[in-house]
Ligand binder design. Structure first.
Ligand code: AMP
Ligand code: MG
Length: 421
């Protein structure tokens, strides 16, 4: 058989450069669009304080009680009416004592001192405390060296939080320390957002489940376990919708089920405009697809759409791109939907341990980690290199313009922890 004489198109020099004449949305603009358009969808429920860690406050919380509720002593020692002047002081010791939870009931006469223990409410006639280590006790008297200011070694009522103060804002994701604050200020239960349910599904004929035997041309589904655990770590409820082949009918059914079971859907794979890119095709068909051409590397393609009123994030199939798109776009968007508000990941400027030339046009995220105060990047930028994701402990963000980074130059490092992982 003779081969037809077809001239292949010439390989273009710029085949990996940005298409000319097409407007790419800068990352910042894409983020502001999401920020402007998405609003909270999670409902509200009340939970006991002990179960509230990691939950998002639905309302501002007001202190029901001051902390501390009354003036008390910050140390073990002796209390009296201050101040005490310069020089040696001797005071008769008043009988009795005040301890935390066991107040002294009575008046301490002027010029007398009472034994007080840390946390004890200051009795009438006491506003100043001398530390026990600085005191000699003998013959029913205490002796110490002045001066001592009025109010020394005591805590004022409400000096930390006053009753009626706003202690935590709506949208706050509660930490263990927040539970201490809420409990101390008299709260036993808190109004929180219902946990946002996020469905995850993988698409691709090539995918098989971990544990199954994989034939030639098949690969294990890497994105789904990653995305499900990412979402759990970020404090959302991950709903596992499994794998779907590159089949429009099957994907249709799966999206319907996901829209019923979850508030948001994350898909991976099939988001470009190719023959087997059924996620974008279906979303386009549903009429609510935004083909986001975001100037981001690694990231293309990202398909955003609505399925039956449920937002769908069509992530790229490449695991590196899927992770970067989730952290940069899906996570702040999910935060808004969940009632957490818009979250800017906290980055740090760290000297680079690498050299890199970057062309203008796209913002880039490199897999990175900090060692000995310098940030290293993974040797390969290949978007299928899953080992680099696992090697990394965060991302280096390089702004949209051109840049030639030399070792020692400051670059922005965003630890995975800043994304809530
Ligand atoms: P796609 O976006 O569907 O064109 O996929 C891009 C690349 O990512 C292909 O090499 C896919 O085989 C790969 N890929 C897609 N989904 C997954 C997945 N869940 N786990 C690992 N690799 C995937
Ligand atoms: Mg695919």
């Amino acid at each position: 058989m003779t081969k037809p004489d077809i001239t292949p198109p010439p390989l273009r020099n710029d085949c990996f450069a940005l298409p000319a004449g097409v407007n790419w949305t800068p990352v910042e603009d894409a983020l502001s669009l999401l920020r402007d358009r998405l609003t909270v969808v999670a409902g509200v429920e009340t939970v006991p304080l002990a179960q509230a860690t990691g939950r998002i406050l639905a309302q501002e919380v007001i202190a029901q009680r001051s902390n501390p509720p009354q003036p008390n002593t910050a140390v073990d020692g002796y209390g009296f009416a201050g101040a005490a002047p310069d020089g040696p002081q001797v005071m008769p010791l008043h009988p009795g004592r005040a301890a935390a939870g066991i107040p002294f009931d009575g008046l301490v006469p002027a010029g007398h001192a009472l034994r007080v223990l840390t946390g004890a409410a200051l009795p009438a006639g006491v506003d100043t405390v001398i530390l026990e280590e600085d005191v000699t006790v003998q013959d029913g008297h205490i002796a110490f060296h002045g001066p001592l200011k009025r109010g020394a070694n005591t805590r004022k009522a409400g000096e930390d939080v006053a009753e009626g103060d706003a202690v935590l804002p709506a949208g706050r994701r509660l930490t263990p320390a927040d539970l201490a604050l809420l409990s101390a200020t008299g709260l036993a239960e808190v109004p929180v957002r219902k946990v946002l349910r996020v469905a995850v599904l993988s698409t691709g004929d090539e995918l098989v489940e971990p544990g199954e035997s994989a034939g030639p041309g098949q690969i294990y589904d890497a994105n789904r376990p990653m995305l499900l655990s990412l979402l759990e770590r970020m404090g959302f409820e991950a709903v596992d919708m499994g794998r779907v082949p590159d089949d429009r009918e099957a994907l249709w059914t799966c999206l319907n089920q996901a829209a019923e079971r979850a508030d948001v859907i994350l898909t991976s794979g099939g988001a470009s405009a190719g023959d087997e890119d059924h996620v974008s095709a279906l979303l386009r068909q549903a009429g609510a697809m935004q083909d986001w051409r975001i100037a981001l590397k690694p990231g293309r393609p990202l398909a955003l759409g609505m399925w039956d009123g449920t937002p769908v994030f069509g992530l790229p199939g490449n695991p590196v791109a899927a992770l970067v798109c989730t952290l940069i776009f899906a996570r702040p968007a999910l935060g808004l939907l969940a009632g957490e508000g818009w979250l800017e990941p906290q980055g740090f400027d760290v000297p680079a341990a690498f050299e890199k030339r970057k062309k203008p046009g796209r913002r880039e995220y490199l897999r990175a980690r900090v060692r000995d105060g310098r940030v290293e990047v993974f040797a390969s930028e290949g978007s299928g290199r899953i080992s680099g994701l696992s090697w990394a402990e965060g991302l280096v963000e390089i702004e949209d313009g051109a840049r030639h980074i030399q070792p020692g130059d400051l670059v922005r490092f965003i630890p995975y922890g800043s994304f809530g992982l």
